[in-house]
Design a protein around this ligand. Structure first.
Ligand SMILES: [Zn+2]
Length: 191
């Protein structure tokens, strides 16, 4: 069902796909090796993992820097999938903004102000990206190692984007389980 444009693009990405397979293995290892407990920048003590409060030191309550290994889905407590509960996503967004918004750190140290700014930007970006099906789809592909290169000639490769847009429209039209499954299968078919 995919046009020549999409196939041509995927051909260009063959090397990237090979990289993706390698990275997926690394990725699952990294997820399994979550036990490396980070140290607090402020008090130097080891932060306890898995207590459900990942942004603050469990000892001194200082705001910690964003975790660079964390993707938007993990940050927003969503499964890494096309199917995102937008209401839940919105609640998570509001919850995170209540935790990390720079307004709450105006009386804190420069370091915490800086981190709250970073967190806040990250949370905004994650929310915006996952909220819209198109950007969510592209982000999923990016996580799988398929990235539309900067400066891609969208006129030449427009078929690919048109097909993504069509998927979006179908997603918007038919919120049924079957439609979701079809779209998920389509994206899996790319990989
Ligand atoms: Zn601390």
């Amino acid at each position: 069902m995919w046009g020549c444009g999409a196939r041509a693009l995927l051909g260009v990405w063959e090397v990237r796909l090979a990289g993706f397979l390698g990275r997926r293995l690394l990725g699952s290892n990294a997820a399994a090796g979550k036990s490396i407990a980070p140290q607090c920048w402020n008090c130097g003590r080891t932060r306890e993992a898995g207590c459900g409060d990942e942004f603050f030191c469990t000892h001194c309550r200082a705001l910690q820097p964003p975790d660079p290994t964390r993707d938007y889905f993990s940050l927003m407590n969503c499964n890494r999938s096309f199917r995102v509960d937008v209401t839940k996503l919105q609640h998570r967004y509001q919850q995170l903004q209540r935790l990390v918004h720079p307004d709450f750190f105006s009386q804190k140290s420069q370091t915490e102000k800086y981190f709250s700014d970073k967190h806040s930007t990250l949370v905004n970006d994650a929310y915006k990206t996952l909220q819209a099906p198109l950007t969510r789809g592209l982000y999923l592909l990016k996580l799988q190692g398929i990235e539309i290169p900067e400066g891609t000639d969208y006129k030449a490769d427009s078929q690919f984007l048109v097909e993504i847009m069509e998927i979006n429209e179908r997603l918007a039209d038919a919120q049924s389980e079957a439609a979701m499954e079809e779209i998920e299968a389509t994206v899996r078919g790319w990989l």
